[in-house]
Design a protein around this ligand. Structure first.
Ligand SMILES: Cc1cc2nc3c(=O)[nH]c(=O)nc-3n(C[C@H](O)[C@H](O)[C@H](O)COP(=O)(O)OP(=O)(O)OC[C@H]3O[C@@H](n4cnc5c(N)ncnc54)[C@H](O)[C@@H]3O)c2cc1C
Length: 412
């Protein structure tokens, strides 16, 4: 039976997969490029099927303790006045802000805590080369270490190294949707009262603040529309300078947020991209999470797809006794309809969300006010609520073994 699994990426999908594989008798190892667990990001949602997976992992008590109680999303003008708002209650948690929102860094920390005792993490390293044959995969790391594994999983996000090595160049799978987003922590320039606030400026630019646990701080967001840019993803100083050039001179709290940039140590910057990979496996190598399927932050279900994908992949490997030839196609067959559903962009996509002109911004605000008016809000809530996830989760705990003395049921 397949035993050793190398997982590239210690974000959300990687640790979730390692958690379930370990409970099946596999020996997963995680290699993560960053030197330690990566902090950062704003809030992500736990809802629908991903909530069921989190419950089966026994993580809900920790998630609920770390939960942020957001009240809604408000679009504000340059002088800070509210132009339109959408409360959580309005769509009964089915809108842009779900009933369970957790900081992405907190969720990553919870997953790390749930795995770090019995799973080996190799921090500050990365896969340099993969060479698979009929019985395993030889892996060379950038550190020079060479190891052999039965299987290799790419859980290394939108710019996956595993996908590049085993499937082909990034351009074949990553489709730029015309924008870039950055997140980092700042001192809060005003009490947010649990509201996420977004100021839109002409040129398709967003300046946002989202609540943190400590109300003295906020998670800042700088986002802008742009065709594909040529830049070094790892040159943080150059990325910060790029943001200063794009945002200097804008209203609301832009100056305060830009002033915090040089010292931001949880800085995150990425393109708004979709990832579409027709076949998620190549021999003994398979993809999970953003590396294999990602609708972009605009679609907004990346964390849910990662948690569910990890659960289904581990379940299929266990059901096939580690036979990847059977397990990998079953994993994709079980996930595909759900992935297609949750990769869909909201109507109007980036153009509607981030208008280029002052007139476009006024139009978006007016449509938001109309949709959330007493007349239309109930119909909108019904429409949003009437879309269950297109996946039936198998109850893997029935067939699963108990190699580390903890059953799935006991962890709940
Ligand atoms: C710091 C950070 C903040 C984020 N903030 C938000 C947010 O606020 N809102 C939102 O919707 N989404 C955010 N995301 C994206 C979100 O986490 C994913 O869309 C989703 O959770 C899917 O998770 P994933 O594990 O597939 O990918 P990710 O969460 O992106 O994790 C991938 C992991 O792989 C690591 N990695 C990358 N390349 C290599 C390599 N060559 N070798 C080894 N490891 C590698 C990365 O450091 C990262 O830890 C953020 C991602 C990161 C990394």
């Amino acid at each position: 039976m397949t035993k050793t699994v190398l997982i590239s990426g210690g974000g959300i999908a990687g640790p979730a997969l390692a958690y379930w594989l370990r409970r099946q008798g596999f020996t997963p190892t995680i290699v993560e490029l960053a030197p330690s667990p990566r902090p950062g990001g704003q809030t992500v949602d736990i809802r629908g099927t991903s909530k069921v997976v989190a419950e089966r992992m026994g993580l809900m008590p920790a998630i609920k303790r770390a939960q942020l109680h957001e009240r809604g999303l408000a679009y504000v003008r340059a002088d800070g006045r509210t132009a339109a708002e959408m409360s959580v209650e309005l769509l009964d948690g089915a809108g842009a802000i779900a009933d369970i929102e957790i900081l992405r860094g907190d969720l990553a920390g919870i997953l790390h805590d749930a795995t770090s005792n019995d799973i080996e993490y190799l921090y500050g390293d990365s896969i340099a080369a993969l060479d698979q044959d009929a019985t395993g995969v030889d892996v060379t790391f950038t550190s020079g270490t060479q190891l052999r594994f039965d299987l290799v999983v790419g859980a290394d996000g939108v710019h996956s190294r595993v996908r590049k090595l085993a499937f082909g160049p990034e351009e074949d799978f990553v489709h730029h949707l015309g924008g870039y987003t950055s997140f980092f922590t700042v001192e809060s320039p005003e009490p947010l009262n649990h509201w996420m606030k977004i100021y839109s400026a002409p040129g398709g630019r967003w300046v946002g603040l989202r609540p943190d646990h400590d109300e003295r701080y906020a998670k800042a967001l700088l986002s802008f529309r742009s065709p594909l840019l040529n830049y070094d993803r790892h040159d943080v100083d150059a990325l910060k300078a790029l943001l200063v050039r794009r945002f200097t001179g804008l209203g609301w709290h832009t100056g305060h947020i830009l002033a915090a940039l040089p010292d931001a140590d949880d800085f995150y910057f990425d393109s708004t991209s979709r990832v579409v990979v027709p076949d998620w496996s190549r021999g003994r190598v398979v993809l999970v999470g953003d590396a294999g399927y990602c609708g972009s932050p605009l679609a907004g279900h990346g964390t849910a797809l990662s948690l569910v994908g990890a659960y289904v992949l581990a379940g299929e490997l266990a059901a096939a006794d580690g036979d990847h030839v059977r397990a990998f196609p079953s994993y994709q067959a079980e996930m595909q309809a759900y992935v297609d559903q949750r990769m869909e962009l909201p109507p109007g996509g980036i153009k509607m969300a981030m208008p280029m002109t002052a007139l476009g911004i006024r139009f978006r605000d007016a449509s938001t006010r109309l949709m959330t008016s007493r007349l239309l809000a109930p119909a909108l809530a019904r429409m949003a609520a009437a879309v269950p996830d297109r996946i039936e989760l198998k109850d893997c705990s029935v067939q699963w073994r108990d190699p580390v003395g903890v059953t799935a049921e006991e962890t709940e």
